[in-house]
Design a protein around this ligand. Sequence first.
Ligand SMILES: [Zn+2]
Ligand SMILES: [Zn+2]
Ligand SMILES: [Zn+2]
Ligand SMILES: [Zn+2]
Length: 230
Amino acid sequence: MATPTKTCGVCELRHITKPSIVWCTECDEGLCSECQEHHSLSKASRSHSVIAFTEYQKLPADILTITQYCTKHDKKYQIYCQKHVFPCCSKCIVESHNECRDFFELDDVIYNVKTSNAMCEIEETLVELAENLQKIRKNQQDNLTTFKESRKEIEKDMKTTKIKINIHLDNLQQDLMKQLYTIEEKENSTICQLLSSIEKQENEIAECKRNIMNIKQHATDLQVFLSMKK
Ligand SMILES: [Zn+2]
Ligand SMILES: [Zn+2]
Ligand SMILES: [Zn+2]
Ligand SMILES: [Zn+2]
């Protein structure tokens, strides 16, 4: 009885396997369509509330393991022991709760539990948690956007700076080239002057050589001797 079987509990007792259509929360068992009809008419069970078996299966697994029947004695839980914080059947009380004093009717303890303050608190906590998570998510998403924008801004700055540096380097290069041209021109003119002066001196030397040849050929020894002393 601990876990809900998919087969009809009543038919199972008669060794027949039929799928459950509904689940009776009072009997804690599934019923096939025929047994459900009988169950809804029988005096003992006509006040029982049933739910569709498919809906029942959607409940969380740990909820499904909780039944209204004592698993040890197969008797319905009726009393709640405050000390053990657990429901007990009449046999449980005799067997295992000798020392216990604070017993309550189980029906009184669980009455209106779905609308109780404790349930409200749980629901409120869940709402709060969901809201907090939403805030955190929004924060982080904002961070993502901020980072993206910062990155773009830095990228833009880097490009602008690079362009500025390039312009500066271009200007520097132009200045240096200008200076180089000026120096080259100046050196050129100095060298040209020097070259023309050398040419002039070469011409003078050639003239001298021609004169000497002339003198050697046509002047007397005395003339040569005296001209060399000048
Ligand atoms: Zn059945
Ligand atoms: Zn029932
Ligand atoms: Zn028991
Ligand atoms: Zn107890």
